[in-house]
Design a protein around this ligand. Structure first.
Ligand SMILES: Cc1ncc(COP(=O)(O)O)c(C=O)c1O
Length: 370
């Protein structure tokens, strides 16, 4: 019997065990030195002035929305082609998400559609680097500057990506990263927010720690805060993973190149967009698009029959049941996002995927689309 090939898997080694054990043995399981070290290392790696670690990417997005000052009555233009948290975080603060369609090639926000969606109530833009491919930051920043908007970056899928030679995380603040186990690197659960100033850093540290003030008084709360702290064991894991990030990204890029070779001639299967001079992807997932008349769900069933995991990736946010019910959104509103959602298929993709497994996936896909 051959083993099933999972969609994703973390890559954990001796260094991770060593640092997690160090944290465990230190007796400090929260609010300790590991999170501080991880914050400094992340700032150095991404070129961000300051970084706040948090308990998830979603928690980070919520704090980013808080920091941006989006609230009731404020419209924020964002993408419908994303994981649901990138739009939900606006609802947490009662801001109004306004979707603009994506560019059908990059699957990121189309700056012209963003411009067209701006009204006098617009307060910000929330861009997502979908599948690790950086959004059009120079153009989005132009729109933001023209209308006096705050630009928030959901880089949850894009640690290690570069836009016009600059690492994602150094481009605009706040930017948010996520470290769930399917991500390039993981802390189990976890995330991080980049900020521009020490003052913003102190504010987000406080908000993530129940609004405590830096007076050190444990039971004095100066803000309406949350418990969004990243614990020490998770931070230790993240620190070890970050030390190996270059190797992780290299292995993932190699795996992506192997898939491109194996699948390049397959009719009716569109491969992910290649990098160009302005965009360097950090490989998070490997998502192909089938032809409009292909039966994607049937392909998934056939792949499953051969022990190959695959998933529709991603459903458009405005067509999620909760969003339809609350906002009356429906099919036909964002054609590029909807087409990508109908046709997309995530194949098994992770740092330790072997060339043998990739050949099996490719053979199974060839049969499934035949
Ligand atoms: C684009 C995007 N935004 C937000 C998140 C939320 O991150 P988390 O699952 O760590 O809360 C994810 C990760 O799943 C994501 O892919």
């Amino acid at each position: 019997m051959t083993e099933d090939i999972p969609l994703s898997a973390p890559w954990i080694g001796e260094r991770e065990e060593e640092l997690v054990l160090e944290a465990l043995r230190s007796g400090r399981l929260s609010l300790g030195p590991m999170a501080e070290r991880f914050e400094r290392a992340l700032a150095e790696r991404t070129g961000a002035p300051y970084v706040v670690t948090v308990s998830s990417g979603t928690a980070g997005l919520h704090l980013a929305v808080r920091l941006a000052g989006f609230g009731p009555g404020d419209e924020v233009v964002t993408t419908p082609f994303s994981f649901v948290a990138s739009a939900n975080c606006l609802l947490y603060e009662e801001a109004t998400p306004v979707f603009a369609d994506v560019d059908p090639t990059t699957l990121n926000l189309d700056p012209a559609a963003v411009e067209a969606a701006v009204t006098e109530r617009t307060k910000g833009i929330l861009a997502v680097d979908i599948f690790g491919y950086p959004a059009e930051y120079d153009e989005l920043r132009k729109v933001a500057e023209k209308h006096g908007l705050v630009l928030v970056e959901d880089a949850c899928e894009a640690l290690g990506a570069e836009y016009r030679g600059r690492p994602v995380g150094s481009l605009s603040h706040p930017a948010v990263f996520a470290f769930y186990p399917n991500k390039q690197m993981t802390t189990g659960e976890g995330g991080a927010v980049t900020v521009a100033t020490e003052e913003d850093w102190a504010l987000l540290k406080s908000l993530s720690n129940q609004g405590r003030l830096d007076s050190g008084e444990w039971l004095t709360h100066g803000h309406l805060g949350f418990n969004y702290r990243l614990d020490e064991l998770s931070a230790a894991l993240g620190l070890a993973q970050l030390e190996r990030l270059d190797e992780i990204l290299e292995r993932r890029a190699e795996a992506a190149a192997r898939y491109a070779e194996l699948l390049g001639d397959l009719e009716g299967v569109e491969l992910p967009l290649s990098d160009d001079d302005d965009h360097r992807r950090s490989w998070f997932v490997y998502v192909v698009r089938l032809a409009e008349d292909g039966d994607r769900d049937e392909v998934i069933t056939r792949l499953a029959g051969e022990g190959v995991a695959a998933k529709p990736y991603l459903p458009s946010i405005h067509l999620q049941p909760y969003w339809r019910e609350r906002f009356g959104t429906r099919e036909g509103m964002f054609p590029a996002a909807e087409s990508a959602s109908r046709r997309s298929l995530a194949l098994p993709f992770h740092t330790t995927l072997t060339s043998g497994e990739q050949a099996r996936v490719a053979d199974a896909l060839r049969r499934a689309v035949a």
